[in-house]
Design a protein around this ligand. Structure first.
Ligand code: IDP
Ligand code: MG
Length: 137
């Protein structure tokens, strides 16, 4: 049988880095059969955050979102596994931690809809774009 592996991008956002949650979040990925292929800590500028989140540029929260992602160090990860995009989205939980299911990363660690601890690509196509954004050599 030929199991189809996917790649996806995860970002551990400033609120989670600030609270030293990186290892705990990574252990959730590993326990759920997502391998961590690459990882990098960085602190992006507002311009870089605006480019990364440009699909949200028409949203009322765009400026706040870009300020937030550039407000402190983040960690970006390439995850690999079967159905990695969907699996990561399930492990993350709903965008607003208030609505996230028990056991999900956002339920466990999210503070609010903006400080929701993690980002995850929402499709295989966007995963490619987002991985390229951070890891282009
Ligand atoms: P997602 O992160 O679950 O994919 P998106 O809708 O793609 O959610 O939104 C991107 C990010 O923008 C969210 O993770 C969240 O931090 C922020 N966001 C989404 N909706 C709101 C809102 O209504 N107010 C403030 N921030 C928001
Ligand atoms: Mg999204």
């Amino acid at each position: 049988m030929n199991n189809k592996k996917e790649l996806t991008l995860s970002i551990i956002k400033p609120d989670a880095i600030e609270r030293n949650l990186s290892e705990k979040i990574k252990s959730i990925f590993l326990k759920n059969k997502l391998s961590i292929l690459e990882t990098k800590k960085l602190h992006i500028s507002k311009d870089e955050a605006s480019e990364f989140y440009k699909i949200h540029q028409s949203k009322p929260f765009y400026d706040q979102l870009c300020n937030y992602l550039s407000s402190g160090p983040i960690e970006v990860l390439i995850l690999e596994g079967e159905n990695a995009v969907l699996k990561n989205r399930e492990l993350m939980g709903a965008t607003d931690p208030k609505n996230a299911k028990e056991g999900t990363i956002r339920k466990l660690y999210g503070i609010s809809i903006d400080k929701n601890s993690v980002h995850g690509s929402d499709s295989v196509e966007n995963a490619k774009i987002e991985i390229n954004f951070f890891f282009k050599k």
